[in-house]
Design a binder for this molecule. Structure first.
Ligand code: FES
Ligand code: FES
Length: 224
């Protein structure tokens, strides 16, 4: 059957078998392999795409049913080389491990934010019930959606959360000496203290100062 379908802004005409599923049309005919096939029971949600703005499991829809429709896949979510906030959220909040479920998660979650810009955690979890992840335990996925919601509402780093890669980034050394010895102030090692210096500085100053080893042995105080 002849179909005309607009996918990620580009219109395609194809003669397709009536029983061809949309997910197979996308993957095999258009080579858009971001929509995954993770089950044969329509449970996993790895195949979710948007059809006329609604999130749809593309394994539950025939390609011929998409005739005349606008389809968006994960490949069409970024604009002008800039990630969609939901893609950014999964990156920032480490919402993925193997990544197999990620395209479907992102498509379902981005559809949620189109209808509910500020979902509660319960609403996020409810919206993602049709998407199964085998890896991440969902916590970071929820955070990724919250991050995207914050970004889309113009709240930089919603809830004061800091990007993980920002947290992990070491400080840039400022001087050549720091570069050489980044752990040492001024790049120079501290002068080692002598035992005599330490004893004279600390004598009688603090009760915590350790006694000489001989004294401990003699008195039995502070021994092991
Ligand atoms: S492949 Fe569509 S729900 Fe699993
Ligand atoms: S990240 Fe591996 S299945 Fe979800």
């Amino acid at each position: 059957m002849e179909i005309s379908v607009t996918v990620n802004g580009r219109t395609y005409q194809h003669d397709v078998p009536p029983r061809l599923l949309l997910v197979h049309y996308l993957r095999e005919q258009l080579n858009l392999t971001g929509a995954h096939v993770g089950c044969d029971t329509s449970q996993c949600g790895a195949c979710v795409v948007h059809v006329n703005g609604q999130s749809v499991k593309s394994c539950t829809m025939l390609a011929v049913q998409a005739d005349g429709c606008e389809v968006t896949t994960i490949e069409g979510l970024a604009t002008d080389g800039t990630y969609h906030p939901m893609q950014q959220g999964f990156w920032e909040m480490h919402g993925l491990q193997c990544g197999f479920c990620t395209p479907g998660m992102i498509m379902s979650a981005s559809a949620l934010l189109q209808s509910n810009a500020n979902p509660s955690e319960a609403e996020i979890r409810h919206a993602l019930e049709g998407n199964l992840c085998r890896c991440t335990g969902y916590e970071n996925i929820v955070r990724a959606v919250q991050y995207a919601a914050g970004q889309m509402q113009g709240q930089a780093q919603g809830n004061g959360q800091t990007a993980m890669h920002e947290q992990a980034k070491p400080e840039t050394p400022e001087t050549a000496a720091e570069l050489e010895h980044p752990q040492r102030e001024g790049g120079r090692p501290e002068e080692p203290e002598t035992v005599e210096d330490w004893q004279s500085e600390n004598a009688g100053v603090s009760d915590d100062a350790p006694a000489k080893p001989e004294a401990r042995l003699n008195t039995g105080e502070g021994g092991l």
